[in-house]
Ligand binder design. Structure first.
Ligand code: ATP
Length: 238
């Protein structure tokens, strides 16, 4: 549905030096939609994210967001537009406090509403409120992941990209993480979920893509993927 398309990626190519990793990738996210991006190790998920978010220059193709071309734009411009990435590996600033990390989330966007967004984030993550002065690097793995998401929310995302949010979390925390993602989505936030945790990602997503060797091999409804033995074997390894 073209009218509600929020993110429209077409023919995106990119890579490192002379090595092409993304071989013409298409991906769309509609307003309020939750989309899962799946793919095995080395498939190109991180490269796609980085190229999307202005951390790497695309070689070709377009990234339209809210009707504005962002392909090749600086990272800051991408953030300003509301395309907010929560990086994998909980890349928070370990030597800054929880509060400082959250404040940095609104450095580029939504700075004027920092106080109210802080309250909102504390409402979602009471643990962060209890620990504002703690050095982020001393938080537990799960807490750091919450902080990374909280920092992303501080920028009032229009599209939140979550890169492997369940990575390294215990089963209980994985449950909590997916519950939280469901809650954000319930509030109408568009989410692009990059996950290895295929089962839960597909359970929640409106649509899914599978990337392999830098090309999209599947796009469609999660049921299509789950109900086809051939597709499951080819792309999900089950
Ligand atoms: P994972 O799930 O393991 O993180 P991924 O899907 O995110 O995998 P990418 O990290 O995007 O995959 O890697 C895609 C390809 O690009 C791989 O073949 C990888 O070796 C290559 N690659 C990644 N970073 C670099 C780099 N800095 N220089 C050269 N090649 C790279």
């Amino acid at each position: 549905p073209a009218a509600e398309t929020l993110l429209d990626v077409r023919g995106l190519r990119g890579g490192y030096g002379r090595i092409e990793v993304l071989r013409g990738v298409d991906l769309q996210v509609a307003r309020g939609e939750m989309v899962a991006l799946l793919g095995s190790n080395g498939a190109g998920k991180t490269t796609f994210n980085h190229t999307l978010c202005g951390l790497m220059k695309p070689w070709a193709g377009s990234v339209r967001f809210n009707g504005v071309e962002l392909g090749g734009a600086h990272y800051r411009e991408v953030v300003r537009a509301g395309l907010i990435q929560v990086p994998e590996g909980r890349k928070i600033f370990p030597n800054l406090s929880v509060m400082e990390n959250l404040e940095l989330g609104s450095f580029t966007r939504a700075r004027a509403r920092r106080a109210q967004n802080l309250e909102k984030v504390f409402g979602i993550f009471p643990r962060l409120k209890e620990r504002t002065a703690q050095l982020a690097g001393t938080m537990s793995g799960g807490e750091q992941q919450m902080l990374a998401i909280g920092r992303g929310l501080m920028a009032e995302p229009e599209l939140l990209i979550l890169d492997e949010p369940s990575l390294g979390l215990s089963p209980l925390l994985v449950e909590e993480m997916f519950a939280l993602i469901g809650r954000l989505r319930g509030e109408g936030l568009a989410i692009l979920l990059v996950e290895q945790n295929v089962g839960q990602a597909l359970e929640m997503a409106d649509r899914a893509y599978v990337i392999e060797n830098g090309s999209m091999r599947f796009s469609g409804r999660p049921e299509e993927l789950l109900n086809s033995d051939a597709l499951r074997r080819a792309y999900l390894g089950v």
